[in-house]
Structure formats: C-alpha cells, structure tokens
Design a protein around this ligand. Structure first.
Ligand code: FAD
Length: 395
C-alpha cells in the first residue's frame, strides 16, 4: 500500500512542534511529511513585542526552519497557502497544489477588529517579523518627522488598543525605548504620550487582580496613560475616537485587542467561532477525522466549557499531541485525549520587570522577569537544543 502523506500548514508553535515530533518518532517510510510555511523562518511570536518597540533586533525573534527540521525526514515547502479543500483532500498554494491523507492546520491567528470602523485600515498589528520591522521603523520615523514639524504633537502620541498580554508587553518595551529615542532625536521626553486603551473593565482580564494592579503601577510609573473600560469607537488616519466622544490625535495606533483564526478556515467551509475550529478530544476538526487543528486556529474548551486563551504554550502541547495521534492512526494504535497542562503564565513589563503565575505562586518584579527568560530559553531548547539557546538566547 501507498505511504500516507501528512501535510502540515504553518511552521508556528503548533506546526513546528508537530513536525519535530513526527521526524523523531516516525520510522523510515512510515509516512511522507511535508511542512508548508510562508517564510523560510519560524518566528518566535512571544518575542515580537521587543523588536516591535525597537528594544531588540528582529533577528533574535526568528530561526531558519532548515535548522529545526531534518530534510531527509520532512520536506519543507516555502509557499503561501491560499485555499484548503477538505473534501478533495487538497491544499492550494500560490504556486501549486498538495494532496494529503492527513492535514495539520497551524496557520496562526489574525487580528480581530470586532467591526470597529477604520481599525483594519489604519492600525498596525504585531503579528510577524515583517509587521514588527515596520512598526519599529514607523516609530523612529515619527521622531524624525517631529523635528521638522514641531507643532505636530500627534507624531509623538502612541495609542495601543488592548491591554491583553500583547498590549501590556508591548507598552512595557515601548516605555523603555522612548527615552533612547528622545535622546537620539533631541526630543523633550515630556512631549511623548503613550495611551493604552482597553474596553474591558480591567487590564489583563482573567489574570490575578493583585498582579494586574502591580503591572498597572509599574507601567504608569513609566509614563503610560491607561484608559480602561474605554472602548475605541473608530480609528482614522489621524487617531482614535474613544467612548465619551474624545478624539486622541495620534500618528501611531497599534491594535492588540483581539485574535481570530485564519480567514481561510471560514472560506474552506469549516464550522468556526471567530475563525477558529472547535476541535474534538483528539484535536480533529468535526466531520474530518483526517484533519487536525492546532494553535490560534483551534479552540479547546476547559472544564467549565470556556475556551482556553490562545497561547504559544497550548499550541506547543497540541503540536506534540497531534504528532502522537497521527502516528497512532497510521499504526492503528491508541490515540490520546488532549489535556492542556497549564505550566503558568509570565508577562513582561519591560526590562527587569514582569508578573507571572507559576503553579500556585505569584511572581513579580525581577524574579518574574528571570522566569520569563527561563521560559524563553526552554522553548529554544525544545525546538533547537543547546546550539539554538546559545545563538538566540538573551541572557
Ligand atoms: P503562529 O505561531 O502564529 O504561526 C503561524 C505560522 O503560519 C507562521 O509561521 C506563519 O508565517 C504561517 N502562515 C500564516 N499564514 C500562512 C499562509 N497562508 N501560508 C503559509 N504559511 C502561513 N503566548 C504565550 O504562551 N506566552 C507569551 O508570552 C506570549 N506572548 C506573546 C507576545 C506577542 C507580542 C504575541 C503577538 C503573541 C504572544 N503569545 C504568547 C501568543 C502566541 O504567540 C500565539 O498563541 C502562538 O504563536 C500561536 O501559535 P500557532 O502555532 O497557532 O501559530
């Protein structure tokens, strides 16, 4: 009989972990594995707030995919997926077509703008290496422009929409970066304004209230102005209109307020919630026992019947579980029910500052910042071993 073909879409946290685990476990000629990704690098999304603010080099947030996979065991195809055809067991790429027996969808998330007018067109998103290089250059350029048009205070006004993990981590870095930029461009730091605007009644909804309060204090001391419980009503090229009909003039708006699944999943006819597929206990799409979904494209429910938040942590665990279940279906052995094991969460607040929960312990300040580094290094170790920790780790 023919060797089964496994196609993995996306080399993010979920996809790359699936590929690495499959190449480790599969025997010779047991399956053909193909990994498809838009770029020839994997990006470490959880680092992206740093290069976006300009406090770290984008090179530290990406790894060449061929350094992570063994080309004798996994075929890598650098291409963009344009369509998934689940009934035909085919995937359409910008430059070809792939057929599969088993599919793993790990294409990551997209910004969810909740229909807020102008947000899609006028706000920047922290999503990829390309987008963070753009944000970094854009921020610097505003300082240069201000020197030519000193009455344009909006060049020095930065609005970050959303006080979830991404928004909070980004403003922590941005607040660290501003003094450097002020020095470089001879700008009075008191002219720079950073607003964080969040519609929910608290920053970091769902996180420990004591740690949230600590984070708000650290960031307020660094010069951030919070507007919590305040919805953005519209975003224009000149700034944002917020609840209470206040208009904040700002040349930079970064939206971190929502994530949805990849738009191709709706187009493919899958049943989705905000573009994400609610998977079964083996991480498969309903009605397709040969299609697995991982990471931000998937929804896994917790014991209370609510979706786990989309994180790198759950995506990695799903990637490994999918590899196990793929091998089980090929060998006809027992599949495993996926169970998310929460190892904790740490959010950075800029240099030397973070908050986190590890097990039942609350961490803050420098201890939490060190834990964040440990988590980052552990990831590098899992995907690339000691050599990658040495090359990309920030000690
Ligand atoms: P992703 O990692 O998003 O990867 C998707 C891959 O698919 C990418 O390689 C992309 O290039 C590729 N792709 C997309 N479209 C196509 C296409 N059409 N064709 C081909 N390839 C395509 N989570 C945590 O657990 N801890 C954190 O501290 C944390 N911090 C974060 C900080 C920031 C700034 C951000 C933005 C996110 C953070 N997250 C964190 C969330 C975490 O990064 C995501 O949940 C995680 O990346 C999801 O992984 P994934 O496998 O679904 O896809």
């Amino acid at each position: 009989s023919r060797i089964p073909r496994i196609v993995i879409l996306g080399a993010g946290y979920g996809g790359i972990l699936s590929a690495i685990r499959l190449q480790k476990e599969l025997n010779y000629n047991e399956a053909d594995v193909t990994l498809v990704n838009k770029h020839d690098y994997h990006y470490i999304t959880t680092h992206l707030h740093m290069p976006a603010a300009g406090t770290d080099n984008p090179e530290n947030a990406r790894v060449n995919i061929l350094k992570l996979i063994d080309e004798f065991k996994v075929d890598f195809v650098k291409s963009t997926v344009t369509q998934i055809r689940p009934h035909e067991k085919k995937v359409i790429l910008e430059d070809g077509t792939l057929s599969y027996d088993y599919l793993v969808i790990g294409l990551g998330g997209e910004a969810e703008t909740f229909g807020i007018p102008g947000l899609k067109e006028n706000a920047l998103n922290i999503r990829s290496i390309n987008s963070v290089r753009f944000i970094r250059e854009h921020i610097e350029y505003q300082f240069a422009k201000f020197k030519r048009e000193p009455d344009r205070k909006d060049y020095l006004t930065f609005v970050i929409g959303g006080a979830g993990f991404t928004g909070i981590e980004f403003i922590g870095e941005l607040a660290d970066r501003i003094p450097q930029l002020c020095k470089e461009f001879d700008v009075d730091p008191s002219l720079v304004k950073i607003y964080n605007i969040e519609a929910a009644p608290t920053a970091l909804p769902g996180f420990d209230p004591e740690l949230v309060e600590y984070a708000m204090k650290v960031l307020t001391d660094k010069g951030i102005t919070f507007k919590i419980g305040t919805a953005i009503k519209e975003c224009t090229p000149d700034g944002v209109l917020i609840a209470g009909d206040e208009f904040i003039k700002a040349a930079t708006v970064v939206w971190t307020g929502g994530i949805r699944g990849n738009h191709m999943l709706d187009e493919a006819g899958f049943e989705t919630m905000r573009g994400r597929i609610k998977v079964d206990e083996h991480l498969r799409a309903p009605q397709f026992d040969n299609i697995y979904v991982v990471g931000d494209c998937s929804i896994v429910m917790n014991d209370e019947g609510r979706p786990f938040p989309p994180t790198a942590q759950i995506a990695m665990q799903q990637g490994e579980a999918v590899a196990h279940n793929l091998i089980a279906s090929i060998r006809g052995s027992q599949m495993k029910t996926f169970k998310f094991s929460n190892k904790g969460t740490v959010a950075s607040l800029g240099k030397g500052q973070a908050i986190g929960i590890v097990g039942s312990r609350k961490l803050k300040g420098n201890v939490a910042a060190m834990m964040k580094k440990v988590v980052d290094m552990r990831y590098l170790y899992i995907i690339g071993g000691i050599p990658l920790v040495i090359r990309k780790g920030r000690f």
